[in-house]
Design a protein around this ligand. Structure first.
Ligand SMILES: [Zn+2]
Ligand SMILES: [Zn+2]
Length: 444
């Protein structure tokens, strides 16, 4: 009994120690610090979400309005705090991006480890990104349907889900979230190398330069991201290895080799050796200009893809509200058996979806053909009927159906040589019959 009591006491003490220890490692790009007077609560997560929003707004203010309505907090500031943000704390765009760390503490889903390492095979981020994308889309669709009421519940939820998505998505561009090594999670001073790289070494000079470089980054905003989950996986795989190769990395704390991506291996090697020597760049220990440039390249990819995902969510929500139609035209209204007819048309407004053509034969039999239209939504199909008579055809996609078009297929006409031969044959037969008949009569 006393043993049990001692065990319980020991467990309670260790739980208390665990609880009072500061979170040894925020699992993310940084969320900033309240101590930075230039950038309060503003880390790399905030920089990525901030610039992605600005790029979307610069491209088209209407497309970005649902974020604009939540960009500033009630004090007219863009800074977000490190608390639960939705209807609490700093309820604004940059406030949303830290909730995964400050409130949900959903740490294991901030990774996409390309290679497995013992129990370290965490790959939850892309699924979270897809869930949040679907939530944004549903809320935006309702908001647009209702006439875009300013700061309605649907608009609020869409902006919030997008802020959370921005966090998971940008985590895919921290190389330390694309594979695990013990070395990355070793302590250097009071923080891990991992945390120093992504957060605790990032201060004003670094953020000044990063924002300058990100604002100068020019990319195509109006691109449709077909699948946000796959997009996140591709991004993580690219950050992990630019040349798509795996290498053996000597993981010193365990004294053995582990398999990681080539870019991961190079970046962790550089960061740890720079840090240990005491090199710094833009006030960030462990960075060199070269490592900064490499990190910038990854963060640019986060900004570009995130902006396109926000654009895609809006456009797809808008499309769901549009009166869409599919047109159909025929190259002829009558044709002869053996000839072909071209069926063409477009989905309006342009949209990519599979188009089904349904033909009804003169005998009532139904023929269907599935086509992939061009990216503009236009389609065309050449059809050769095998039965003469009256036909009909219509086109459809995603439950939208075109008008019905009719065409007539005439039997094959006989050519003049055949007609001439048939005429000669007929005359010969008549002459023969007349001859045989008259011969029979004269014999009587
Ligand atoms: Zn991290
Ligand atoms: Zn994170």
């Amino acid at each position: 009994m006393r043993l049990l009591k001692n065990v319980i006491v020991a467990m309670c003490i260790s739980l208390i120690i665990f609880a009072i220890m500061p979170n040894p490692e925020a699992h993310a790009w940084g969320n900033g610090s309240s101590n930075n007077i230039d950038y309060p609560y503003y880390g790399i997560h905030d920089a990525i979400a901030d610039v992605a929003y600005q790029k979307l707004k610069d491209y088209n203010g209407t497309v970005a309005q649902w974020i604009t309505d939540y960009y500033l907090n009630s004090n007219g500031e863009k800074w977000g705090d490190y608390e639960y943000s939705f209807n609490d704390g700093s309820d604004n765009w940059l406030g949303y991006t830290d909730d995964l760390d400050s409130y949900f503490k959903d740490y294991s889903n901030h990774m996409y480890y390309v290679h497995s390492y013992g129990s370290h095979d965490k790959r939850g981020a892309p699924d979270r990104i897809q869930q949040l994308y679907d939530w944004i889309l549903g809320n935006l669709t309702n908001w647009i349907r209702d006439g875009r009421p300013e700061r309605s519940e649907d608009e609020h939820k869409a902006a919030y889900a997008a802020g959370l998505l921005a966090h998971y998505f940008s985590d895919m561009t921290q190389f330390g979230h694309t594979d695990y090594t013990k070395q990355d999670h070793e302590y250097a001073d009071s923080r891990t190398y991992h945390n120093n790289y992504e957060s605790s070494q990032i201060n004003t000079a670094f953020l000044d330069q990063l924002l300058y470089d990100l604002n100068a980054y020019d990319f195509k905003v109006n691109a449709i991201i077909a699948n946000p989950k796959d997009n996140a996986i591709q991004l993580a795989e690219w950050v992990n290895s630019h040349d798509n190769t795996s290498v053996l990395y000597y993981d010193a704390p365990i004294g053995g080799n582990v398999v990681v991506g080539s870019t991961y291996a190079q970046m962790i090697t550089d960061y740890v050796s720079n840090y240990d020597i005491g090199i710094e760049y833009l006030g960030a220990k462990g960075y060199t200009q070269q490592l900064y440039q490499q990190t910038l390249l990854h963060i640019k990819a986060a900004v570009g893809n995130l902006t396109q995902i926000l654009y895609t969510a809006y456009k797809n929500a808008e499309f769901a509200q549009t009166e869409s139609e599919i047109t159909i035209n025929l190259s002829a209204s009558t044709l002869t058996l053996g000839a072909s007819i071209e069926v063409s048309g477009s989905i309006i407004p342009s949209h990519t979806a599979q188009v089904t053509l349904t033909f009804i034969q003169p005998d009532g039999k139904i023929l269907t053909y599935v086509l992939n239209p061009a990216p503009t939504g236009s389609y065309s199909y050449t059809f050769s009927p095998t039965v003469a008579g009256d036909w009909s055809v219509r086109a459809s996609y995603d439950g939208v159906t075109s008008q019905i078009r009719y065409f007539k297929v005439n039997p094959r006409e006989l050519d003049t040589t055949t007609l001439l031969l048939l005429a000669i044959f007929g005359i010969v037969m008549i002459v023969l019959l007349v001859y045989l008949f008259s011969k029979k009569r004269s014999r009587k």
